[in-house]
Write a protein that binds this ligand. Structure first.
Ligand code: G3I
Length: 373
């Protein structure tokens, strides 16, 4: 048999995994440590969904009991042309979750980013009417949610509709349909699967303006009898944002609405970033070496500060485990993370809990130990 690089990596990884725990001692597992607190989730990419990243899959099975689709259910991927659906990757994603008894979240039904142009225009390139966009939203949601009815347990129905100052983002959905596009999206999702949980999901949720506006939005939906089960605080963090006290205020404010609070896309970047607390995917900046300080490795003191920051947040989540139903990391290893390419492409970041060698970082044991305190 010819040993390819992939095979060698697989064998080396398997050896590492088997050697890292003394015999007769149970391997440390995040999901087991947190089983009485909240679900521990991760985002699956194409390598996971199609089974090519075998080492990544082993880590997912060991440490996570909830999964979310990082990209394959976004409208641009799943319905790039009106009426033409590509379900293959999403089908694999859902099947993997079921086979491994995991809580499956669909991401995301209505998001201004990654929404294909056809949603809003006719064959001449002109904006279509409110009625047409509503019909397209309805068809998209009915088809997607309907296909996975009873299998996908929760949906990020609307993603990132509110700006950090609390004003509503002026998306094509809002511009053409009007403010009720959010309400309609939740209504259609509920009609398509009455049992599914429905969430509003956003980043920078510790910002006061956004917090207040999300609270207002949820109150409004509740007052109109629209089902909403939870609020996703994405949790794309840095070492100096968000302020943990402000983050806690948002947990409290959201929980007071009687909905579940979830940390849905956690990662902590270690790289310099001028724009602060945002996950606005349209931002870009050119590569400069000084913006990529840890390409050769992470200094011990930086890793220690990183460990503390993760531990501080998980201690906060544990304090509020009666309000928090799930904490999801946005990816498995540092090799997978979107942070390596955003907003500056080609950098080396370390925002997740597992290293490029698929091994748990020291912080994983620290997070497990927190549950014993
Ligand atoms: O799959 C194609 C590949 O075929 C192609 O060759 C390559 C060339 O650019 O692109 C690949 O698609 C990329 C995809 O990630 C998979 O890697 C897209 O260009 C790229 O835009 C996409 O980025 C994703 C981004 O959302 C935009 O959809 C990131 O992986 C994903 O982590 C990020 O996730 C978002 C959440 O959905 C919402 N909250 C913020 C979060 C971070 O931006």
């Amino acid at each position: 048999m010819k040993l390819t690089t992939t095979w060698l990596a697989t064998i080396a990884g398997a050896l590492l995994l088997s050697c890292s725990t003394p015999q007769n001692e149970e391997a440390p597992s995040l999901k087991k440590a947190y089983q009485d607190k909240f679900l521990i989730g991760t985002a699956l990419n194409a390598g996971h969904n199609y089974g090519t990243d075998t080492l990544g899959i082993a880590v997912i099975r060991e440490h996570f009991n909830a999964i979310v689709a990082e990209n394959c259910m976004k409208s641009m991927h799943i319905q790039p042309t009106e009426g033409v659906f590509f379900f293959d990757e999403a089908d694999h994603f859902v099947q993997f979750g079921e086979e491994n008894n995991m809580y499956i979240t669909g991401h995301t039904l209505v998001w201004h980013s990654q929404a294909p142009d056809w949603f809003f225009i006719n064959e001449k390139g002109e904006d279509v009417s409110r009625e047409v966009v509503i019909e397209r939203i309805k068809n998209h949601i009915y088809t997607l949610v309907g296909r996975y009815k009873g299998r996908v347990k929760g949906w990020d129905v609307v993603n990132e509709a509110i700006l950090d100052d609390g004003s509503w983002r002026n998306t094509k959905f809002k511009e053409i349909v009007g403010d009720d596009y959010i309400k309609l999206a939740f209504q259609f999702a509920h009609e398509a699967d009455p049992e599914a949980e429905l969430y509003y999901n956003d980043y920078a949720m510790a910002q006061e303006g956004k917090r207040n506006s999300v609270v207002e939005l949820v109150k409004q939906l509740q007052a109109e009898g629209i089902r909403i089960d939870g609020i996703g605080m994405q949790g794309h963090m840095g070492m100096d944002y968000p302020d943990i006290n402000e983050f806690e205020k948002s947990i409290d404010a959201f929980a007071a609405l009687g909905v579940k609070v979830m940390i849905t896309e956690m990662d902590i970047t270690l790289l310099p970033f001028p724009a602060g607390e945002t996950a606005e995917v349209s931002l870009t900046a050119e590569y400069q070496e000084k913006m990529n300080p840890y390409a050769a490795g992470l200094p011990a003191e930086v890793e220690a500060a990183f460990n503390k920051r993760y531990s501080d947040f998980f201690a906060l989540f544990l304090k509020h485990s009666d309000k928090i139903s799930r904490v999801t990391l946005w990816g498995v290893t540092d090799n997978d993370t979107w942070r390596n390419d955003w907003p500056v492409p080609g950098r080396t970041d370390y925002p997740l809990l597992f290293g490029r060698d698929y091994q748990p970082k020291p912080v994983v044991q620290q997070l497990i130990d927190l549950t014993k305190e």
